[in-house]
Design a protein. Structure first.
Length: 204
């Protein structure tokens, strides 16, 4: 193989990596703009945050709905990927669980209108809801199991139960400044510790 052929074969790799990195930067900029101004944040503001032209955003995401769905998926993926990383880097499994629940809470509290994408009458509902459950429930299960095996929480809790509990505590957090969802979630997570030597929770 000559030099020109080698260059041709190797070129797509870095280009694809750069494209993924650029898209990640764009999605993170959009997510930050949504936190500050909701999902109707001007495209020019998102472009400025990402350091790209507006044409770049429209080329990747022709409609605002496309961008909202992509941001939602990106945030779910980020939350899912954080679970195993936290188990590796945290001093204990419970510390990893606590930090991950904090990330999950931030996702729920700061999504500012992304929940509208998940309404059953939205065409994206089924795929997004399935992706949400498929990606995050196993991560939460793994963190709970690790903390239970380490003797830090009682066994028997499931990811679905804990995530639903967190979700319910986050309802209305972005409309009532008197309500601190993160504080309530912290109480829930602390309650998982209970008496580690006791019997499993009711219903298990």
């Amino acid at each position: 193989m000559n030099a020109s052929e080698q260059g041709t074969d190797s070129a797509p790799g870095p280009k694809r990596k750069d494209a993924r990195r650029n898209q990640r930067t764009l999605l993170e900029a959009a997510a930050a703009a949504f936190v500050d101004a909701g999902v109707e944040a001007p495209v020019r503001d998102i472009a400025a945050r990402a350091g790209v032209g507006m044409g770049t955003i429209y080329r990747h995401f022709p409609t605002r709905a496309d961008l909202i769905v992509a941001v939602y998926r990106h945030q779910v993926d980020t939350c899912a990927e954080a679970g195993p990383a936290l188990l590796e880097s945290s001093p204990t499994p419970y510390a990893a669980l606590e930090e991950w629940i904090g990330l999950f809470t931030d996702f729920l509290v700061t999504k500012h209108g992304l929940a509208n994408v998940l309404q059953p009458d939205n065409p994206h509902f089924t795929a997004l809801h399935a992706s949400f459950l498929d990606r995050l429930v196993p991560v939460c299960d793994r963190l709970l199991d690790a903390a239970a095996e380490h003797g830090e929480i009682r066994p028997g809790y499931t990811g679905v139960e804990v995530m639903r509990g967190v979700g319910n505590l986050c309802i209305g957090a972005d409309t009532d400044p008197r309500y601190d969802a993160r504080r309530m979630v912290a109480l829930l997570v602390a309650g998982l510790r209970g008496t580690t030597g006791g019997s499993p929770p009711r219903g298990r």
